[in-house]
Write a protein that binds this ligand. Structure first.
Ligand code: ADP
Ligand code: 5GP
Length: 194
């Protein structure tokens, strides 16, 4: 008789951290060659950065369209960050959950607590830069923001770093591969505990 195999249940994984600390880079490393997880593509009213792709990094929408999405209940959560709207489209999350896939959200702390309220089993992970000086170097090195936007992000980062203790796990992004390995073992052990 064939042994019954339990179907792996998908997890909701919230990945937060100050802008420029390396969330996109670490997630790219983690998600390489994996087909058991989906990245939740957010909607935003901010302009695309050079190299960003519609439907891959974000869905870039107008304020009017974003406000219609809120009214129609199409967002799982949303917030305003540096004068722009950001939010998680609900439908793709429900579709991925139905397929048993993990869903990874790159969202800030306000969105993280909205997800946790609706899905208490969500795993909340905070990515920290090694220091604020290194965060500045990464933001400047990325070269995608004006000096003014960099200052705003750095000021916000100091506040965000204080919220790290609300998260289930904190990872320091010193070396990309090491941080991605740590993320992998946190997710594996969360699956084992299910
Ligand atoms: P976020 O998605 O958190 O805004 P990014 O992934 O865009 O951040 O990373 C910001 C910049 O920092 C990029 O130029 C990226 O190449 C660089 N970076 C990311 N992680 C590291 C790391 N561990 N060491 C050095 N540079 C890094
Ligand atoms: P950025 O403009 O650097 O891509 O993102 C700015 C901040 O918005 C980051 O902290 C990122 O995690 C957060 N963010 C991106 N998408 C969403 C979303 O859908 N909801 C929320 N609450 N935050 C988001």
């Amino acid at each position: 008789m064939k042994a019954m195999r339990n179907k792996r249940k998908g997890l909701l994984i919230v990945f937060s951290g100050p802008s420029g600390c390396g969330k996109t880079t670490v997630l790219k490393e983690y998600m390489r060659d994996r087909d058991d997880c989906t990245f939740s593509v957010s909607a935003t009213t901010r302009a695309p950065r050079p190299g960003e792709v519609e439907g891959v990094n974000y869905f870039y929408v107008t304020r009017a369209k974003f406000e219609r999405m809120i009214k129609k209940g199409q967002l799982l959560e949303h917030t305003i960050y540096n004068e722009n709207y950001y939010g998680t489209p609900l439908k793709p999350v429900l579709a991925a959950m139905k397929k048993g896939k993990d869903v990874i959200f790159d969202i800030e702390v306000d969105g993280a607590s909205q997800v946790k309220r609706q899905y208490p089993d969500a795993v909340l992970i905070f990515l920290k830069p090694p220091s604020l000086e290194e965060l500045r170097r990464r933001l400047e090195g990325r070269g995608t923001e004006t000096p003014e936007a960099i200052e705003k992000r750095l000021a916000r980062a100091e506040i965000e770093l204080e919220t790290a203790d609300k998260y289930d796990h904190v990872i320091v992004n010193d070396i990309v591969e090491r941080a991605a390995d740590e993320l992998r073992s946190i997710i594996e052990s969360a699956h084992e505990k299910q």
